[in-house]
Design a protein around this ligand. Structure first.
Ligand code: VGL
Ligand code: ZN
Length: 228
């Protein structure tokens, strides 16, 4: 059974080579924020429990960190509305409300979870020309390539082989990060109940796509049970 296999694979001996990646738990992605993820606040309490549990020896957080003139903002395109889609450098780009602008309140990590033990915070999407859903590589830039953020190198340098991913939003930054991590050769597990999607109907296709790419999915309860 899958649950059993999961438990075996999350057992203690791997832990030294395992990292937790907490994606974009920022005010703007929480209800009331500029790009509020429905029920995003419901991950805060369980995430707090996980961060204070010492389950992971290495924790990395990410922050979406846009300049005001960012290409992903509808406000920077003539006659476009948030959630419109355009073709950008040959790929579909959703246009978003202005969000997570560098240095603003909306870009701050929500202070509920205790971030004290986070070893590194990776900021992404700083390039005005290029979005970055994934914490590992930017989306396509004007030259048609996806420049690395350096996170994969950081994790490999730390001898990390396995990554657990959680955070916001499931259908964008969590999904893209998990899939890129697979492409970088990591074993990847998404902590399902510590994620929420922008589009609440997305969960089904995200689960399917992740499984197809070889990403495992567990619940926080599975995880705590496995390391007990
Ligand atoms: C995200 C849309 C735009 C995310 C970031 O964190 O999932 N989504 N920027
Ligand atoms: Zn963004």
């Amino acid at each position: 059974m899958r649950a059993k296999a999961t438990k075996e694979r999350t057992s203690l001996p791997d832990q030294e080579f395992t990292a937790l990646l907490v994606v974009d738990v920022q005010y703007d992605f929480l209800p009331g924020g500029a790009l509020g993820v429905p029920d995003g606040d419901q991950i805060l309490a369980p995430l707090s429990r996980l961060l204070s549990s010492n389950v992971f020896p290495l924790i990395v957080a990410t922050q979406d960190w846009h300049p005001p003139n960012h290409v992903s903002f509808a406000s920077n395109h003539r006659d476009k509305q948030p959630m419109d889609r355009i073709m950008l450098y040959g790929h579909e780009q959703t246009l978003w409300p202005d969000h997570c602008i560098q240095g603003t309140h909306g870009a701050k990590l929500h202070p509920g979870p205790d971030w004290t033990k986070v070893a590194a915070i990776i900021r992404k999407a700083l390039d005005p020309t290029t979005d970055s859903y994934s914490a590992i590589r930017n989306n396509w830039n004007p030259r048609g390539v996806r420049p690395p953020t350096g996170l994969a190198g950081y994790l490999k340098n730390r001898r990390i082989e396995r990554i657990f991913v959680c955070g916001l939003a499931l259908d964008f930054c969590v999904k893209w990060t998990a899939e890129d991590a697979i492409d970088e050769g990591f074993e990847v597990t998404v902590i399902w109940d510590l994620c929420r999607a922008i589009d609440s109907s997305a969960s089904e296709y995200v689960r399917h796509d992740l499984a197809e790419r070889g990403v495992e999915v567990v619940t926080l309860a599975d995880l705590f049970e496995a390391v007990k």
